[in-house]
Design a binder for this molecule. Structure first.
Ligand SMILES: [Zn+2]
Length: 232
């Protein structure tokens, strides 16, 4: 696992597949996403090393590379798991995930990546989130509903420090792009526009490198060019 400081109090954890973000103040930490199944021991090892306690696990959406180690981490730390109500049944293993509607260029990529992502063990959801909920970390973390990538995708916005966790609505893989493998691409674009309207200094993505300053301007530049044309 690579541990990268994004800004003070915030680290990106790059796991074997997927990434997670650890926010910590004093002894108290919040984890956003958990990477694939089997990542839990690396993360708990880091918590021990840093001498901090995990108090909250926030899931941006129900995909296996985000929720994969949630059950393991919840069991190991006792931290509650929070996910949007629309994806919570998937996280709990009560419902299969909705398959993405793939664009032609996405299909070979999806077929190469998807078989290598292990299934996520079902995980209890301690609290179901909705748009506008404010979570008790970082001076108040706002949940923003972001339907499109999945029905229950969320972003989390730390208004005090202008830090945004986008989940898979946006990716920064070589370049800043609309996230791939969406259940509803047009709604994902709408969600991207909503995020681009925020006053964001630091943006953290489900895949790819964070942007650690003046991220809002970069998001707006890309949002302007997004079209619903499948080739776009
Ligand atoms: Zn995803």
């Amino acid at each position: 696992m690579d541990v990268i400081e994004v800004v003070p109090n915030l680290h990106m954890l790059r796991l074997e597949f997927g990434q997670a973000y650890l926010w910590h103040e004093g002894r108290s930490a919040t984890l956003t996403d958990t990477a694939i199944a089997g990542s839990g021991s690396a993360i708990t090892g880091l918590l021990t090393e840093l001498g901090i306690d995990l108090e909250l696990i926030v899931i941006t959406h129900g995909h296996e590379d985000h929720v994969g180690s949630a059950a393991e981490l919840r069991a190991a730390t006792g931290a509650p798991v929070l996910a949007h109500g629309a994806d919570a049944p998937v996280v709990r293993g009560e419902r299969k995930k909705a398959e993405p509607v793939l664009l032609d260029w996405e299909r070979p990529l999806f077929e190469r990546i998807n078989p290598n992502v292990p299934p996520a063990p079902p995980c209890p959801v301690d609290h179901e989130l909705g748009d506008g909920d404010v979570l008790d970390f970082a001076g108040g973390a706002r949940v923003i509903s972001m339907p499109g990538h999945t029905d229950g995708s969320i972003a989390v916005y730390l208004s005090k420090s202008q830090i945004l966790f986008t989940g898979d609505t946006i990716a920064n893989v070589g370049q800043l792009i609309l996230g791939t493998f969406n259940v509803d691409r047009a709604r994902t674009i709408e969600s991207f526009h909503r995020l681009a309207g925020l006053d964001t200094a630091v943006a953290c993505f489900g895949h790819g490198e964070p942007i650690s300053s003046n991220a809002g301007a970069e998001l707006r530049a890309v949002a302007q060019k997004l079209t619903t044309d499948p080739a776009g």
